[in-house]
Design a protein around this ligand. Structure first.
Ligand SMILES: [Zn+2]
Length: 118
């Protein structure tokens, strides 16, 4: 009878210690994982900073036009297109002109024979 009681107490102690140890390991792992996650997130954001809408904060990365699909504001402006008096067609034409100008400038800046001869 006494032996059984001691065994039960020992079992309870062993279980409690096991649970406490498991909890400590779990907490340390969670803490380590959070640190790794935050470090990776920071690195990712540094590599490719997100472009956000000035008006509503919507993520504009990957958008074809510099216009927020959420609130309609142009990038760099806090008002929607119609308040600026511009149509989507005019914005598209502007973006196209900008691309052409940039391509022409890049072509003019880089020497025609930039590749090294072998
Ligand atoms: Zn917006």
């Amino acid at each position: 009878m006494l032996t059984a009681a001691i065994t039960r107490t020992e079992l309870a102690t062993w279980l409690a210690q096991g649970l406490a140890g498991g909890l400590v390991v779990l907490l340390l792992t969670a803490r380590w994982w959070r640190k790794v996650y935050l470090r990776r997130k920071k690195r990712r954001e540094r590599a490719a900073p997100r472009i956000r809408c000035d008006n509503c904060g919507y993520d504009l990365s990957g958008q074809e036009l510099p216009r927020c699909p959420e609130c309609g504001a142009l990038r760099g402006f806090r008002v929607p297109l119609n308040e600026l008096g511009l149509t989507e067609q005019e914005i598209r034409e502007g973006v196209e002109r900008m691309k052409q100008t940039r391509a022409a400038r890049d072509a003019a800046e880089s020497p025609p024979d930039a590749t090294p001869r072998t």
